[in-house]
Design a protein around this ligand. Structure first.
Ligand SMILES: NC(=O)C1=CN([C@@H]2O[C@H](COP(=O)(O)OP(=O)(O)OC[C@H]3O[C@@H](n4cnc5c(N)ncnc54)[C@H](O)[C@@H]3O)[C@@H](O)[C@H]2O)C=CC1
Ligand SMILES: O=C(O)[C@@H]1CCC=N1
Length: 271
C-alpha cells in the first residue's frame, strides 16, 4: 500500500492498536504523526520514531490522511480545533463510534472525502475486523487507501447504508469485549475448580483460538454444526449447553448487542 502521511488525532487504545499493527506490517514510523494532550501516551509513539505533538491542528495540517481517534463526547471540541485546516484534498478517516458522516461534514465543512470506520483492538495483533462506510462522492482512490490501511491490520468489509454502522459496532468494535468476558468467566470457573492460573488461561485461550480457526477454516460449515459436532448425546458438553439454554444465553446475547446498537443510536444524537 501507499505510505501516505497519516495524522492520528488521539493516541489512546484504539489508535495504539492500529498504529502498532501498522508498524508490525512495515508501515514506516516516519509516515505517522500522533497528536494527543497526554504526554505519557505520546511517549510510547516517540519511542518508535513516530512524530508526536500536542497540537491537533499541526498534525492535521501536515498529514495527507487524518484519522480521528478521540472519544465521541469531545468530537465537537476537537473539530473546532481543526476548523482552520483545509481538508479538501485530505482523506478524513473517523473511527469515532456513533458519529455520522453528515455530522463531520457539518463540523468540518471542507472535508469531502470522509470514510467512517468501526475497527477493533485485535488490529494490534493483525487480526482486526473493521466495517467501513463512505458516501458516493468519496473517490475510489481514497476508499481504497482506507480499506488497505485496515486490511493491513486485519479484515474489513464495506456497508452500503450508514445506519448499518450501529450493528457493525455491535459486531466488530465492541465484540472483542464479549469474547473476553466469556474467556474471563471460563478462566475463573477453572480456577475455582482447582486448576492453577497458567493452566486455566492456556485451556481457555487455546480453545478460543481453536474454535475461531475452525469457524474461519470451514466457511461453508454452519457454526451450529461445529457446535453439534462437539456435543455428544447425553455427554458432558450437552450438560453444559443445557445450563446456557436454561439461562437463555442466546437471548441475553441478542439483548446485549441490541443495547450496544441503542447506545450507538443515542450517542449519534447526543454528540
Ligand atoms: N477501544 C476500542 O476498542 C474501540 C474504540 N473506538 C473508538 O475510538 C475512539 C477512541 O477510543 P479509545 O482509543 O478506546 O479511547 P482512549 O480514551 O483510549 O483514547 C482517546 C485518546 O484521546 C486523547 N484525547 C483527549 N482529548 C483530546 C484532544 N482534545 N485532542 C486529541 N486527543 C485527545 C486521550 O488522551 C486519549 O489518549 C472512540 O471514539 C471510540 O469510539 C472504535 C472501535 C473500537
Ligand atoms: O465502547 C465504545 O464505545 C467503543 C466503541 C466500540 C468499542 N469501544
Amino acid at each position: 500500500m501507499q505510505h501516505k502521511l497519516i495524522g492520528f488525532i488521539g493516541g489512546g487504545n484504539m489508535a495504539k492498536a492500529i498504529i502498532f499493527g501498522l508498524l508490525k506490517k512495515g508501515y514506516p514510523a516516519n509516515r505517522i504523526i500522533v497528536s494527543d494532550p497526554d504526554r505519557e501516551k505520546l511517549a510510547i509513539y516517540a519511542e518508535q520514531g513516530i512524530e508526536i505533538t500536542e497540537n491537533n491542528k499541526k498534525a492535521a495540517e501536515c498529514a495527507e490522511v487524518v484519522l480521528l481517534a478521540v472519544k465521541p463526547q469531545i468530537i465537537a471540541t476537537v473539530c473546532e480545533q481543526l476548523s482552520a485546516v483545509d481538508f479538501s484534498n485530505k482523506l478524513l478517516i473517523s473511527i469515532v463510534a456513533a458519529i455520522s458522516v453528515d455530522r463531520f461534514s457539518f463540523l468540518l465543512p471542507t472535508a469531502k472525502n470522509i470514510v467512517r470506520v468501526m475497527p477493533n483492538t485485535p488490529a494490534l495483533v493483525s487480526s482486526g475486523m473493521a466495517g467501513l462506510f463512505a458516501k458516493a462522492n468519496v473517490t475510489v482512490e481514497m476508499k481504497n487507501f482506507a480499506q488497505d490501511l485496515l486490511n493491513s491490520v486485519g479484515e474489513s468489509c464495506w456497508v452500503d447504508d450508514e445506519e448499518k454502522m450501529h450493528a457493525v459496532t455491535a459486531g466488530s468494535g465492541s465484540s472483542p469485549a464479549y469474547f473476553f468476558l466469556l474467556m474471563e468467566s471460563m478462566q475463573k470457573a477453572l480456577l475455582d475448580m482447582g486448576l492453577d492460573f497458567e493452566t486455566a488461561r492456556l485451556l481457555v485461550q487455546q480453545s478460543a483460538l481453536g474454535a475461531a480457526k475452525m469457524v474461519i477454516e470451514n466457511p461453508r460449515t454452519e457454526i451450529s454444526l461445529l457446535r453439534q459436532n462437539v456435543t455428544s448425546k447425553g455427554g458432558t458438553t450437552a450438560a453444559a449447553l443445557e445450563v446456557f439454554d436454561q439461562a437463555q444465553l442466546s437471548e441475553t446475547i441478542k439483548q446485549a448487542m441490541s443495547a450496544c446498537v441503542a447506545r450507538s443510536q443515542q450517542m449519534e444524537k447526543l454528540f
